[in-house]
Design a protein around this ligand. Structure first.
Ligand code: G6P
Length: 609
C-alpha cells in the first residue's frame, strides 16, 4: 500500500524523507518520489521501482531544503510509471501533494476541472486534489485544502506543500491513516501514514481523526477541525523502539519476527488469568451480555482469517457457542445473519484493512457488539469497534504475518477460555490447567527454533516443486491453511491446504511424485485417520514432509522429512505446529531467490477494497 512521509525543520529534508520511505518499503509499493521546497519553488523527483533508485537519483541533487514530502505508491489508478508516481502537482507547479487512498468521484471531478482549463499530466485520482487546491487557493493553504476535501468522496490521507509557503506542510485524512508529531528536539514537525517512518524523530504523536487537519511548521503543529476551528487533540506516547524496526542481525525481518514469537505470545497472555479466572477487562461484557450471546461471528482477511479458524474450533469446544468464521470481503456483501445476540470478533493485525473495517460497520449496523483484535495502537478498527483487545506482537515489518498470527491465536485462546468460563462450561480448575499449558508454548517455540536443519533440508525439496499440498485434520487443518498461504505469499509456489479426509474426494487426483505433501500428524484425537491419509498419499508416490510430535519415531519410516514439535495438547499445536511451517515457507523462498520481506503484488496493509 502507499506510504506518506513529510518533514519540516532545520535538517536536510531529502535524507530524512528517503530514510522514511525506506522504512515504509515493507508496506509494498511499485514507485516512489519526493518533493522539496527550497523557499522559492518546489522540485520533484520520482522513480519506478525500489526506493534505492530514487535515493540514487537524488544523491547528487543540490537542493538546500529543510521541508519536503515523500511517497511510496502502490498502483490503483494508472500503471506504475514516473508520471503516475507521487508527488503530484497542479497547473502552476506551485502545489505538491502526496495521497494514500482512493478518490471515488475522481472521473467526475477531473471532467469538471478539465472543462475549467486544468491540464492533467497523470492517470491518477490523486492529481485532481492538487488541481482542486489550486482552484480554491487564495493565499490560505489550509483553507484551500479544506474546500478541496469537501468535494472528495472516498478515502484519503493527504500531505500538501505550496511554493509560496516555505516550511509549511498541510495534512488531513479520511479513512486512511495519518500521524503527526514534533521532533523530540523541538526543531521539526513530521507527518507519516505509518509511525515507523518517523519514529526515529518523534515519540509523542497525534493520530488524526477523519476530517481533522494539521498545519506543520518547524517545531510546531496546529490542529483544526473541518470548520477551521483550532482543536487540541490528544497525543499518544509510542513505546516502540526505532531499533525494533531494524533487522537486529537477521537476514530478513520475517526470520527476525519468527524468532520474536516466544515474546509475542508471552506478552499477549501475560497476566490474563488470575486464580483460575480469565481477566479480559477490555472485553467489556457483563453477565447479562454474555447470557444474551447465542452465536459468535469472526471476520478477518488473510492470516487474520486463519487465526479465526483456530478460534472457531476452541470457542465451540470450550464455550459451546455456535461460531462462524468468514473472510471480511464476503461478509460485507452477503447480508449475513447477525443480530444483537451475536458477538462479532474482527481480527486485523494492522487495524486498517478496508474489507474488515467495512464488515465491522455492517455488523454494528445490525446491532452486534463488535470487538477488535489488533496489533496497532490507534488504528482505525479500534475507533470503529465497541472494544479492542491488543495483541502484543509489537511492530511487524515483514509483509508475511508471523508473530502477529501467533499472538492473535494466543489472544483468541484467552477469549475462548473467557467465554467458556462465563458460559459455565469451564471450571476454574480447567481454566487454570489450560492457562498453564498455554504458558508453556513460548518455551516450546524456543525449542523448535533451536534446531532448524531438517526444516531447511525439507525446504530445499519443496523449493523445486511446482505445487505443494498441505493436509491435516481439526486444529491440524487450520494450521495447514496458514502454512500453505505462507508458502504462496513468499515463494510464489502453488500450495493448497485440504482437510485430510477430503483428499479422496478430489484433490488426490493431483498427487504424484512431483507434488510433495506437507502433513500435520501431531498428537490429536484424529491422528490415526490422518496417518491413513498419508498412506494413501505415499501410494501415489508423493514425497511427504510430516509435522509430528517428538517421540513419534514411527513417522520416520514413512515421511521423507519429519519436523518435530514438543509434546503438547492438540489445541496448543495451533501455536507450535505453525512455527515449522512458517520456517519451511521462509527457507523455500530463500532457496528460490525470492525477496522474503517484500513479496511481489502484496502489501502489508490493504487499505483499499
Ligand atoms: C494483507 C497482508 C496479509 C494479511 C492481510 C490482512 O493481505 O499481506 O499478511 O494477513 O492483509 O491484514 P490485517 O492487517 O487485517 O490482519
Amino acid at each position: 500500500m502507499c506510504g506518506i512521509v513529510g518533514y519540516t525543520g532545520s535538517q536536510a529534508a531529502r535524507d530524512i524523507l528517503v530514510d522514511g520511505l525506506r522504512r515504509l518499503e515493507y508496506r509494498g509499493y511499485d514507485s516512489s518520489g519526493i518533493a522539496l521546497s527550497d523557499g522559492e519553488r518546489i522540485r520533484t523527483v520520482r522513480r519506478v521501482g525500489k526506493v534505492d533508485e530514487l535515493a540514487q537519483a537524488v544523491e547528487s541533487w543540490k537542493v538546500a531544503s529543510a521541508c519536503g514530502i515523500g511517497h511510496t505508491r502502490w498502483a490503483t489508478h494508472g500503471r506504475p510509471s514516473e508520471a503516475n508516481a507521487h508527488p503530484h502537482s497542479d497547473c502552476s507547479g506551485k502545489i505538491s501533494i502526496v495521497h494514500n487512498g482512493i478518490i471515488e468521484n475522481f472521473v467526475q471531478l477531473r471532467d469538471q476541472l478539465q472543462a475549467e482549463g486544468h491540464v492533467f499530466k497523470s492517470d491518477t485520482d490523486t492529481e485532481i486534489v492538487a488541481h482542486l487546491v489550486e482552484k480554491y487557493y487564495d493565499g490560505d493553504l489550509i483553507a484551500a485544502l479544506m474546500r478541496a476535501c469537501e468535494r472528495l468522496q472516498g478515502a484519503y490521507g493527504l500531505a500538501v506543500m505550496h511554493a509560496d509557503h516555505p516550511g509549511v506542510i498541510a495534512v488531513t485524512r479520511k479513512d486512511s491513516p495519518i500521524v503527526v508529531g514534533s521532533s523530540d528536539d523541538g526543531d521539526a514537525a513530521l507527518v507519516a501514514s505509518d509511525i515507523v517512518a518517523i519514529l526515529e524523530y518523534t515519540r509523542d504523536v497525534v493520530f488524526l481523526e477523519d476530517r481533522q487537519y494539521a498545519l506543520l511548521t518547524p517545531g510546531n503543529i496546529e490542529f483544526f477541525n473541518e470548520n477551521g476551528k483550532i482543536i487540541e487533540p490528544e497525543f499518544t506516547h509510542i513505546d516502540w523502539d526505532a531499533e525494533n524496526a531494524e533487522r537486529a542481525g537477521f537476514p530478513d525481518f520475517m526470520l527476525k519476527e519468527i524468532h520474536e514469537q516466544p515474546r509475542a505470545v508471552r506478552d499477549t497472555i501475560s497476566g490474563a488469568v488470575k486464580n483460575g479466572r480469565v481477566l479480559l477487562d477490555d472485553l467489556t461484557l457483563d453477565d447479562d451480555d454474555i447470557d444474551a450471546i447465542d452465536n459468535v461471528y469472526i471476520i478477518g482477511c488473510g492470516t487474520s482469517y486463519h487465526a479465526g479458524l483456530v478460534a472457531r474450533e476452541l470457542i465451540e469446544r470450550w464455550a459451546r457457542i455456535p461460531t462462524t468464521v468468514e473472510v471480511a470481503s464476503e461478509f460485507r456483501y452477503r447480508n449475513p445473519i447477525v443480530s444483537s445476540s451475536t458477538l462479532v470478533i474482527a481480527i486485523s493485525q494492522s487495524g486498517e484493512t478496508a474489507d474488515t473495517l467495512a464488515a465491522v460497520r455492517i455488523a454494528r449496523s445490525k446491532g452486534a457488539r463488535v470487538f477488535a483484535i489488533t496489533n496497532c495502537v490507534g488504528s482505525r478498527i479500534t475507533r470503529e469497534s465497541d472494544g479492542t483487545l491488543y495483541v502484543k506482537a509489537n511492530m511487524e515489518i515483514s509483509v508475511a504475518a508471523t508473530k502477529s498470527f501467533l499472538a492473535q491465536i494466543a489472544c483468541l485462546m484467552l477469549i475462548a477460555m473467557f467465554l467458556g468460563q462465563k458460559k459455565g462450561r469451564l471450571t476454574t480448575r480447567q481454566v487454570k490447567s489450560l492457562y498453564y499449558e498455554l504458558r508453556e508454548t513460548p518455551a516450546q517455540i524456543e525449542d523448535i527454533l533451536q534446531d532448524t536443519d531438517v526444516i531447511e533440508q525439507a525446504a530445499k525439496m519443496i523449493a523445486k516443486a511446482h505445487s505443494v499440498m498441505y493436509v491435516g485434520r481439526g486444529i491440524g487443518a487450520t494450521v495447514c491453511n496458514e502454512g500453505a498461504l505462507k508458502l504462496k505469499e513468499i515463494s510464489y509456489l502453488h500450495a493448497e491446504a485440504y482437510a485430510a479426509g477430503e483428499l479422496k474426494h478430489g484433490p488426490i487426483a493431483l498427487i504424484d511424485e512431483e507434488v510433495p505433501v506437507v502433513a500435520v500428524v501431531t498428537d490429536s484425537p484424529t491422528r490415526m485417520q490422518t496417518l491413513s491419509n498419508v498412506q494413501e498419499i505415499l501410494a501415489r508416490g508423493a514425497h511427504v514432509v510430516a509435522v509430528a510430535t517428538e517421540g513419534d519415531t514411527d513417522i520416520e519410516d514413512i515421511a521423507d522429512y519429519v519436523l518435530y514439535i514438543p509434546p503438547v495438547r492438540d489445541w496448543c499445536s495451533a501455536i507450535t505446529a505453525s512455527v515449522p511451517l512458517q520456517l519451511l515457507a521462509r527457507y523455500a523462498a530463500v532457496e528460490r531467490g525470492c525477496d522474503v520481506d517484500h513479496p511481489r503484488n502484496l502489501a502489508k496493509s490493504v487499505t483499499v477494497e
